[in-house]
Design a protein around this ligand. Sequence first.
Ligand code: DLL
Length: 434
Amino acid sequence: MDYFNRTVETASSSSLKDIQYGRLKDLVRYVARRMPFYSRAMAEKKIDPEKFSSVEDIKYLPFTVKSDLRDHYPFDLFAVPLSEVVELHASSGTTGKLTVVGYTRNDIRIWSEVMARSLVCSGATRGDIIQNAYGYGLFTGGLGIHYGALELGASVIPISSGGTQRQLMLMKDFGSTIMTCTPSYSLFMAEEAREKGFDTKGTRLRVGIFGAEPWTEGMREQIEKEWNITALDIYGLSEIIGPGVAMECPGKEGLHLWADHFLPEVVDPATGEVLGEGEEGELVITTLTKEALPLLRYRTGDIVSISWQPCPHCKRTMPRISKIKGRIDDMLIIRGVNIFPSQIETVLMSIPEVAPHYQIIVTREKHLDRLEVQVEVAEKVFSDEIKKLEELEAKVVSEIESALGISVNVRLVEPKSIERSLGKAKRVIDQRKI
Ligand code: DLL
């Protein structure tokens, strides 16, 4: 199977625009009628919900931000009565309060469809056995992948995250062909497997579908080598639906975003101005078909660029977003220089003597920001003499400094001393009290 929904996935740009325009018009009327939050915002901006003449008119609509959801905690932003809500999920951010999202039965159908498209996009078929090691629960990762697998008709193992020994046992005994989890957890599993003498290259796995956190090309190579699989990127966020907003195909030239349900824009994060194709900025998404919690121009906080050119590899015509560079709120401003953790990861992954486990610690001493990168040394170099380790440390410092243009401190640490994560890895510890 090449596509889950060929007609839509390969639609011409004019028919995609037609679909988007029709849905956008309906959406604007729907939210104006059902959500006081939006009807007020539109009245303030003097927007007439009946007067929309093109998709481009979206730029007149107000933005929505994460705190809008938190301010209406838990259900006050829902556009339908709770009796129509069949499922609730929530994500906890760094600030503590939960962001709650709800789904009608039809929302779950849409989620299943976009997730099934995403699975097929990775090369999955009904014959696959999907070991789903994303967490099941309030997090959308586990159930989202699960619904897609059901919709496709593949076999899903709902193992959830954790229990690494059990993961390895089932992988072997059930003959799993697709692994789904965060990229950091897949590396942790490989590490445990190696220790237990488990042959990571001798499984039936052929594809891994990894997301929920930023990861670099270097990390991809490492995972592909460890497991002998094709590692592909999946993107999504609870506020929009969960996993399945966008997905890479094996061509690895950007993530196909299902733009008949999610209308993307890229804006300048500082001014909110809409940017052109290929320009890097903040991804903004309007949900075109969601019923329980439709969102207008949601500021994802994720940095991407977008291409509207058909994919040279799979011929899908849906727009493609670049691999996510990071979140705006993860961007560190160190002595005035903007730095994304992914830039540091790219450097670390190019140095074979260090392991792909690291943490970035930011402190402020006497009004000066100080960046320390703690990275584990690879098992095979750990026993080297001190002098060699000192040389390695100096090499890591100089490579990061030349890539980022700021001074850093590097601390090489023992293998396995950085905390492992079963879900999203915590890469940055910002101890500055600002
Ligand atoms: O992480 C949904 C998901 C589950 C996506 C499983 C993929 C796989 P949230 O917990 O709401 O939802 O977190 C959403 O995670 O705004 C991004 O900052 C980040 N994120 C998600 N996918 C990727 C990715 C899920 N492929 C937030 N690359 C988003 C980089 C990602 N960051």
